[in-house]
Design a protein around this ligand. Structure first.
Ligand code: NAP
Length: 286
């Protein structure tokens, strides 16, 4: 059983089949969704540095290809790319087949995500649904795809990228916060489900990080106070340090780790306080 992210090669080999390509690997494979930019591209770099072969997934194949080639040369690993639009059922199905079929896949970084920051009233419903498809549906389906083999082997790592906005909603973030709230509760439940196994789920809650997400979201990065924005390298390195230290929930920019404990205790107390079976006295009609 191994729940660590190793810094060297592993023993297991496997084969990825997709389209007409075959990827054989003598090392463990880490799959990173949304690897064509931002947080995902730095995860790819750091996992390659730790000795993983990579399967890089996103829509922009040229960027994946360039990154893969660079990482192969830098670290002597093997990087394959899978061009997929994870909002599309057929592309998800293709990736699910790959994930379920290769015993060398040991790490899944569910990173691909989008934010469309605007009021619900002014957002076309298609844009809200796109956030739900990618941030929720894809993450859920890919987790389902790897889990049976991870459980069977009693080994595997899933890193789910949520957001500080999983804990907070703004007038422009109802849908995005809702999707990341899903990632939070989905991951917390999974952690309990898998508590006595060798499968590890880490959830990462980045606050503002300097990536393309902002400009695409409708709120330019330049609109944020610069002192609140973390570099993408700091974000990923801190998240991986949290992983190495055994954190199941990592808030990379939060200095006082005790704050999460307080929050989680209050949440749990609140849940317990609701188990009364009776209307609250203040709500009884007079
Ligand atoms: N940046 C922040 O401040 C921040 C804060 C909290 C959480 N996060 C989370 O961090 C994760 C990564 O975001 P980022 O900040 O690194 O933004 P980013 O640079 O815009 O990266 C997003 C990645 O997702 C991929 N992607 C987008 N739509 C896709 C689709 N339909 N199918 C497949 N891949 C798709 C993009 O690749 P293609 O365009 O090539 O498909 C890209 O690689 C997201 O889950 C985001 O919610 C970011």
């Amino acid at each position: 059983m191994s729940t660590a992210l190793p810094s060297s090669d592993s023993e297991q080999s496997g084969t990825i089949n997709y389209k007409d390509k075959i990827m054989t690997s003598s090392r463990k494979i880490a799959v990173v969704t949304g690897a064509s930019s931002g947080i995902g591209s730095v995860y790819a770099d750091r996992l390659a540095r730790r000795g993983y072969d990579l399967l890089l997934v996103a829509r922009r194949g040229d960027r994946l290809q360039n990154l893969g080639t660079k990482l192969e040369q830098a670290y002597g690993i093997k990087a394959e790319t899978l061009v997929a639009d994870l909002e599309k059922d057929e592309d998800l199905t293709r990736l699910e087949t790959v994930l379920a079929g290769n015993p060398a896949i040991r790490v899944l970084v569910n990173n691909a995500g989008i934010a469309r920051l605007n009021s619900v009233a002014e957002t076309p419903v298609k844009e809200s649904l796109a956030q739900i498809e990618l941030n929720i549906t894809a993450l859920t389906r890919l987790t389902h795809a790897v889990l049976p083999a991870f459980k069977e082997r009693n080994e595997g790592i899933i890193i789910n990228i949520a957001s500080a906005l999983a804990l907070h909603a703004l007038p422009v973030s109802s849908v995005y916060s809702g999707t990341k709230g899903f990632v939070l509760n989905f991951s917390r439940g999974l952690q309990q489900e898998l508590a006595n196994t060798g499968v590890r789920i880490q959830m990462v809650l980045p606050a503002a990080t300097a990536t393309d997400l902002w400009d695409i979201s409708g709120v330019p990065l330049t609109a944020l106070p610069p002192e609140t924005v973390m570099s993408v390298e700091h974000l990923v390195d801190a998240a991986l340090a949290g992983f190495d230290q055994g954190e199941s929930v990592t808030l990379p920019s939060m200095a006082d780790a005790g704050l999460w404990e307080k929050y989680d205790t209050a949440r749990s107390d609140l849940f317990a306080a609701m188990q009364t079976g009776n209307p609250a006295p203040r709500l009884l009609s007079l």
